[in-house]
Each structure stands twice: as C-alpha cells, then as structure tokens.
Write a protein that binds this ligand. Structure first.
Ligand SMILES: C[S@@+](CC[C@H](N)C(=O)[O-])C[C@H]1O[C@@H](n2cnc3c(N)ncnc32)[C@H](O)[C@@H]1O
Length: 363
C-alpha cells in the first residue's frame, strides 16, 4: 500500500522520524516520491494509527479514485493541493465538483480558512472528518484521501496545560516525540539525564517505555513528578544527580536508549559574537564529554543516544557549532546518519538565538 505523508514544519526531520520509525520496527518500506513537505511511502504492512505516535506528520492519505465516492448522496469535501499553486487549486476543484455532479453526488465544499492557501490545516480537516466528510489531496496529478490527521490539541495540552511549566528551557513535546522515534522502541529502558520538568519522559511513558529521569535540580524533579502524575503516570524513576557521574546511580550496561536535551548554555537575547559563541561551545563541550563518557558505561552495547547540541548564527554571520566528530572520537561513540548525507538536522525558528542541532550516536 502507498501512503502519502504530509510533513510538519521541519520536513527533513519529519522524514528522518518516519525513516527510523519503520527501520527500528523492522518494517519493510520504501520512499517512493518526495517533494517539499510531501513524502510517499510504500509498505506491505498496515501502518495502524501511526499518526498518534509521530511528532512530525500532519496528515496521512491513501490513493483515491473519485468513483469510490459513489455511495454518497451528499458529501462535505475539502481539498488540499500540493505543491501550492492557486491556478492548479482552481482547476482541480472544478474537476472534482464536475466529477461528483456526474455521479449525482451533492458536494458541500469547504475552502481553506486562510486566504491564499491551497491546503487545509489539521484542525480544518478534523472538522470535515467529524462530519463524515472527505479531504481530497491532489499531489503530482493524483488524488489521495486523508485517513489520519495529527491532533494538535493533544500535544498542546501536554505542553501548555501541564501544572508545572518552564517555557524557556523545556523542549516541545512534538520534538521530544520525534527524538524518541529516531532511536527508541516501546518497552525499552530510556534515560533522560537532563530531564528538567520531564517532557521527554512524558512522551516516552506514552510510548510505553520504562523511564529514568535524572537532573541536578531538585525543583525540576519535583515538577517532573507533578507533571507525570497529572498525565496519569505513577511508575517512573527520578534521580537527583549529576549527568557527568551517571555510573554512580545506574548499573553498567543497563540502559537501552538515551534521549536528551542537555544544558545548552544560558538563554540569549540576541545572536552572540563569535567569541561569546566559542566560549559557550567550549563550556558545553566539556559537559558533553563528561556526560558521554559516563553514558558509555551505563548503556548496553550498540545502544543509541539521540541528543541536542547548541548551534549559533553569530553576529559576524557564520555558524558556530559543536565538533561532534571530535567529541565522539574521545568518548567512543559513532555518529549515525539521520538520513543519507545528514549527520545532524537543525530544528529551529528564525527567532531562536540558540538553535537545536539533533544527533544520533551509537555506543
Ligand atoms: C535544557 S534543560 C532540559 C529541559 C527538559 N528537556 C524539559 O523539557 O524540561 C537542561 C536541564 O539540565 C539540567 N542540568 C544541567 N547540568 C546538569 C548536570 N550536570 N547533571 C544533571 N542535570 C543537569 C538542568 O537543571 C536543566 O533542567
């Protein structure tokens, strides 16, 4: 079966998530076609309700022949055209409405809410599906029917409605989930050694993992406990401690996977100078080296780490980042490509002064 994945705001990272999600589960798959935020995947497996497990996919659709709609007398229809083209949108809309008319189906057409858009947002599609309607996607002159939609409200609730918040330092649940999918499987023992208020832990618990969170800040751990309890979880392990001394708290060769956003330096109000950026990178490199050396001791053989490091666009215009090759050489880890020719992927918005660079390492 072919599935069309409509990817979120970082399509490269979303693609890497899907790639590793299938690969880690040993599911046969092939990327058939890719264009901007669209990825067509072929797999012989039923993918189930995968959208709830992914952090970077907005919609999933399957091929559609318009004749398949013949059972309807009246139908609510939405249309998304990728890649964006207003003239193509008008033509396709006309074609669909004519076809439905020929089939004697009364169509109630739902246009994109945002002016000039040629595609529907997830909340618009959710509304259509709720009324037993159909979202038709037109991509590369073919039709698809949306069968799964990302529920943005569930992620938002797990982010902004948590009883304990720490906005500047917390990772978005969407990104936490993507990182987990890059390296982990349900049932595994996951460690976040810089767990803060527990965002990665919460997403791992939702994925049925056995979680260990460590932080040197007792208040963070108290808040993580409150947040995890609020989500209905009671069984997890929180340790007050130093990530550079992991082997003091955890057994050797005991951890299946580490997913973490470590300390990335103090929050910045503007882009740093090259001198400032180098100072921050030097400091965090020392922290990462000690942490990775200890991680090596507590992780099982070939266990993986998905971690974030800071990246800066400095005032002078250049990019300043961690030397991961050097760090891995010193700590005996191997860099695993997230996608062919992508040793790392940056996830950041223009306004972020400290940008997140995502890596996968293997013991
Ligand atoms: C960027 S925050 C992590 C945020 C977390 N992902 C969340 O969503 O809440 C980094 C965390 O690392 C902790 N930290 C810094 N140095 C540490 C160390 N050496 N050992 C353990 N925790 C440390 C800080 O207390 C902070 O909570």
């Amino acid at each position: 079966m072919n599935y069309l994945f409509v990817l979120g705001k970082n399509p490269v990272l979303s693609k890497a998530e899907i790639y590793h999600y299938f690969k880690n589960r040993k599911i046969n798959f092939e990327f058939i076609k890719e264009f901007e935020n669209i990825l067509e995947v072929k797999t012989d497996r039923n993918i189930g309700n995968i959208i709830d497990e992914l952090g970077g996919t907005i919609k999933i659709a399957v091929p559609l022949n318009l004749d398949e709609l013949h059972n309807y007398e009246k139908i609510k229809i939405g249309l998304s055209v990728y890649p964006k083209s207003n003239s193509e949108y008008k033509n396709v809309k006309k074609h669909i409405l004519n076809d439905l008319k020929k089939q004697k189906i009364k169509a109630i057409f739902s246009s994109p809410k945002f002016h000039g858009h040629t595609d529907l947002k997830h909340f618009e599609v959710l509304k259509i599906l709720k009324k037993n309607g159909v979202e038709i996607i037109s991509f590369d002159s073919k039709f698809y029917k949306t069968v799964q939609v990302h529920n943005p409200f569930a992620f938002k609730k797990r982010d902004v409605e948590r009883p304990r918040q720490r906005p500047i330092y917390s990772i978005p649940p969407r990104l936490a989930r993507i990182m987990i999918n890059l390296v982990a499987l349900p049932g595994q023992k996951l460690l976040d050694p810089f767990c803060g208020i527990g965002t990665i832990l919460q997403e791992a618990l939702i994925s049925s993992m056995d979680v260990y969170g460590l932080d040197k800040n007792k208040k963070c751990l108290d808040d993580a406990k409150i947040n995890l309890n609020w989500l209905g979880f009671e069984k997890f392990n929180l340790i007050e401690g130093d990530a550079t001394k992991l082997s003091n708290y955890l057994n050797r060769d005991s951890i299946d996977v580490i997913v973490t956003e470590p300390y990335l330096g103090q929050p910045l109000k503007s882009n740093p100078s090259i001198h400032q950026a180098e100072k921050i990178l030097n400091d965090v490199t020392k922290l990462f080296e000690s942490f990775l050396s200890e991680a090596h001791k507590v992780m099982k053989d070939r266990a993986k780490i998905c971690m974030i490091t800071p990246l800066f666009v400095v005032k002078e215009g250049k990019t300043a980042r961690i030397n991961m090759e050097d760090l891995c050489k010193k700590t005996k880890f191997k860099i695993i490509e997230l996608l062919p020719n992508h040793k790392s992927i940056v996830d950041a918005e223009e306004r972020h002064k400290t940008k997140r660079e995502i890596w996968v390492l293997e013991k």
